[in-house]
Design a binder for this molecule. Structure first.
Ligand SMILES: Cc1cc2nc3c(=O)[nH]c(=O)nc-3n(C[C@H](O)[C@H](O)[C@H](O)COP(=O)(O)OP(=O)(O)OC[C@H]3O[C@@H](n4cnc5c(N)ncnc54)[C@H](O)[C@@H]3O)c2cc1C
Length: 556
């Protein structure tokens, strides 16, 4: 399915190319390491990326407000590219995207023209002020209060009091979107830098993304005019925040993907040069098949889900919050694990700063925390799909599995049959959990969230692989691998996922006392344990094929 909204492939490629050449000229590794070491926010660079010099901010601003009107797919490609360079700088750019999202999705036409126009023309930096000291994952617990100020019975403005925590660009933004409680509920306000009563704290001394600025905000009787209420109506804040999650989580997913791939792309040439035991590390299966190939496979699982979700967002299929959560979960977990493996792949050198993978690992860690932690993603995914499971009387994933079986009949080779096994198994695990009421254990619910995410990831990768083989992949998609290699990647992912679903599913059902004495064998049969083990045949050969492609040996 081609994206229906956004840039054409040529414009997107020009944007990505100019970003790459800017990075090559202005952001060499030594410079990035210096900012990291000094914990310095390179304000000029972040502003240059968002101003006329590069114009990245134009991508997410609609054309009628002076932007380029890019879609979710374009934003994903740009975020992936930025994630490859430096997640601190990328976070500085992301904060403007995030900060303006309540306006893009919830603002009146007048507000959009005023503030989006200012971002497009003047390259303003924005900050998104949602989190508070006592309200993180649970935003509903926020305490910042906006008290209406009335004149002649009319609300003319609001007096805001409270505090925000962990605000990216907090100390440097020209404009802030701030979530505060009004009598009708949480509401977004647009606040200018320098507004009386607004103060910002010292930059936080962070584990990673040290080139980003993170600070607290304090509001002390800060007065804002009534026209600063996003959308013009009080009480819409949490709804507006929900509207953007599908989109914003996709951006962070792309950060995880970009950073993880960068870590791999630094490990691959390193392992060609590094000789141990008489030959290059890249020649050793015990190295490539543990530290490189599985991570590439998982990153591509994340990519498949990101691309599918981006296309659906661009086709106006709704907010896709759950899909955004799955994309973020798969890609950021894969990115973080890939960066960790990259340190291992560099041995002692990976543990030093010079080879960059140490920094990438510290930086990518944040993607599992901000824009919703991985655990909150597990909860979001599980809760939504649990409803589907109930609504369809247990058929939701059986139906999806049957779709994959039909695809396999038409296009064998992408592992659709194995992904189908995984989804049949998932359906049985969920059904057992329903019958035995196991999700009253929060841990079981969250573990279901995890296996659901991987199951859906495997299905997305199969679809992407089949689409690619037919020459129907979105022209803006990443095409690093040739179709047969992507098919091998898809098969490996499907096998890993099927094993994970069956093994973890069995484990958590049994752990929560969902299997009576003597029921294990029958349940193993229901979740197709035997078939899943048989489907592992050929996995090593597929991993060999993927390694050959990554190392440019015997390319298919
Ligand atoms: C560098 C950085 C930049 C950030 N930038 C911004 C920004 O620009 N704007 C902004 O508004 N926010 C920003 N944040 C905030 C970020 O989104 C929050 O840190 C995140 O949502 C988690 O909230 P918290 O830190 O309060 O952790 P908590 O919500 O207290 O979570 C702590 C732990 O408990 C788990 N947990 C929480 N709730 C549950 C539950 N119900 N069940 C089980 N486990 C649970 C979490 O998964 C986590 O592991 C930023 C944070 C950082 C560190």
């Amino acid at each position: 399915m081609a994206a229906e909204k956004g840039l054409d492939a040529e414009t997107l490629n020009i944007t990505l190319d100019s970003l790459r050449s800017y990075v090559k000229d202005k952001l060499p590794d030594e410079q990035l390491l210096e900012w990291d070491e000094k914990d310095e926010f390179p304000e000029e660079v972040v502003r240059a990326i968002g101003s006329e010099e590069l114009g990245i901010q134009l991508i997410f601003i609609p054309e009628r407000f002076g932007g380029l009107g890019g879609g979710a797919f374009d934003v994903y490609r740009v975020c992936e590219q930025m994630g490859r360079v430096d997640l601190g700088i990328a976070t500085g750019v992301l904060a403007t995207f995030l900060g303006s999202d309540p306006i893009v999705y919830g603002g009146t036409e007048e507000q959009k023209a005023r503030w989006l126009g200012a971002i497009a023309e003047e390259g303003h930096l924005m900050a998104y002020g949602a989190t508070e000291p006592a309200a993180g994952s649970d935003l509903g617990a926020l305490r910042t209060v906006a008290e209406p100020v009335e004149e002649d019975g009319q609300v003319v403005g609001y007096k805001i009091n409270g505090n925000k925590q962990w605000i990216s660009n907090g100390g440097f933004a020209n404009l802030y979107t701030v979530l505060a409680k009004t009598p009708k509920g949480p509401t977004w306000f647009v606040v200018d830098k320098g507004t009386e009563g607004l103060s910002t704290g010292n930059p936080e001394d962070k584990h990673g993304i040290r080139a980003s600025n993170t600070s607290t905000l304090a509001f002390d009787d800060m007065f804002v005019e009534a026209d600063r209420v996003v959308g013009g109506v009080e009480g819409q804040g949490l709804v507006q925040a929900q509207l953007v999650f599908g989109f914003t989580r996709l951006m962070v997913a792309a950060f995880g993907l970009g950073a993880g791939w960068e870590a791999m792309d630094r490990s691959i040439p390193y392992s060609v040069d590094r000789k141990q035991g008489g030959s290059a590390l890249s020649e050793k299966q015990g190295y490539t098949h543990k530290l490189i190939v599985p991570h590439v496979v998982r990153l591509e699982g994340g990519r498949a889900y990101i691309e599918e979700t981006a296309e659906r967002l661009d086709s106006d299929e709704g907010n896709l919050n759950t899909e955004g959560a799955i994309a973020k979960y798969l890609s950021t977990e894969a990115g973080d694990a890939a960066a960790d493996a990259a340190i291992q792949a560099h041995g002692g050198y990976g543990y030093t700063k010079e080879y960059m993978v140490e920094k990438i690992k510290r930086d990518v860690r944040i993607t599992r925390i901000y824009e919703g932690t991985s655990e909150i993603m597990e909860m979001t995914i599980a809760r939504d799909r649990w409803q589907q499971q109930l609504k369809t009387r247990g058929q939701y994933y059986h139906d999806k599995a049957r779709e994959l079986e039909a695809m396999h009949a038409e296009a064998p080779g992408a592992g659709a049959n194995i992904a189908a096994l995984a989804l049949h198994s998932l359906a049985e695990v969920l059904e057992r959990a329903r019958v035995k009421r196991l999700t009253r254990n929060q841990h079981v619910l969250f573990r279901m969230g995890e296996i659901i995410a991987y199951g859906e990831g495997a299905a997305a990768l199969v679809r992407r692989s089949i689409c690619y083989a037919k020459g129907k992949l979105n022209p803006k998609a990443d095409m690093r691998f040739k179709p047969p290699v992507l098919s091998a990647i898809s098969r490996v992912y499907a096998r890993e996922t099927a094993t994970k679903i069956a093994a973890e599913g069995m484990r958590w059902v049994a752990s929560a006392d969902g299997l009576g004495a003597g029921e294990v064998a029958a349940f193993a049969e229901a979740i197709r344990m035997n078939d899943i083990q048989e489907a592992q045949a050929g996995n090593i050969a597929d991993m060999d094929l993927i390694a050959d492609a990554l190392y440019d040996r015997n390319q298919v």
